[in-house]
Design a protein around this ligand. Structure first.
Ligand code: PRP
Ligand code: URA
Length: 208
């Protein structure tokens, strides 16, 4: 596969993924597991934030330190991406937050855009597009296209379960965007759901 794909094999990430996949998990535990998995994976995503050297003074001496040198913008793809925000914000309380509303046309599976609201000046920001499910890849590709159109140049995609087809599609349209996920699944069913996946992430998150 071209492009960069990171599938976390960390046992704690995998434990959260098991909770998310389990159909018996109630919405409040599903939400908690999504938040925790997003935070753990987000830690790896944020490794790419640009840094600079600085100097601070400890009570004893001056010390060379390294600090972030770039703002972070989290972009949630509605609805299910909302469930990833809290975990990410716990890592970067100063993060700016954007929202992109997309739903899939049930017949064509193409993403339909219904809402876009992004912070200004994405050009110099590290933009993390948050969408837990990467199925056909249509929604993520469109969300990345939207943030690029607004000027974003340094982008990563944070998902929780990705299909191979979705990864291929995002990498072919946006080879510059690395993808991070907790699970890589082989198949989609004829309605575009990831198999085995976790079902409908938005419905499980919001009990709809
Ligand atoms: C889900 C999910 C992704 C999209 C993935 O959203 O949250 O955005 O499907 O599918 P794709 O890779 O085939 O585009 P959905 O359209 O179900 O909307 P919702 O989050 O509001 O339920
Ligand atoms: N959206 C979901 O919520 N789940 C899938 O498996 C595919 C798209």
């Amino acid at each position: 596969m071209p492009g960069r794909l990171t599938v976390s094999e960390h046992p704690i990430v995998q434990e959260k993924l098991a909770i998310l996949r389990d159909r018996r998990t109630p919405p409040h535990e599903f939400r908690a597991a999504m938040g925790a998995a997003s935070s753990l994976l987000g830690y790896e995503v944020l490794r790419a934030v640009r840094t600079r050297k600085a100097v601070v003074h400890t009570p004893l001496q001056r010390a060379k330190v390294v600090v972030p040198d770039q703002s972070v913008t989290l972009v949630a793809v509605l609805r299910a991406g909302l469930g990833m925000l809290e975990g990410m914000v716990s890592l970067v309380p100063s993060a700016r937050i954007g929202h992109i509303g997309l739903y899939r046309n049930e017949e064509t599976l193409n993403p339909v855009r219904y809402y876009v609201r992004l912070p200004p000046d994405l050009k110099d920001s590290f933009v993390v597009v948050c969408d837990p499910m990467l199925a056909t890849g249509g929604s993520a590709s469109e969300a990345i296209r939207i943030v690029k159109t607004d000027g974003a140049r340094h982008i990563a995609l944070l998902s929780l379960i990705a299909s191979r087809a979705g990864v291929r599609r995002v990498h072919s349209v946006h080879p510059d965007v690395p993808i991070f996920t907790a699970g890589l699944d082989a198949k989609l069913n004829n309605k575009g759901y990831i198999l085995p996946g976790l079902g409908d992430a938005g419905d499980r998150l919001f009990a709809t």
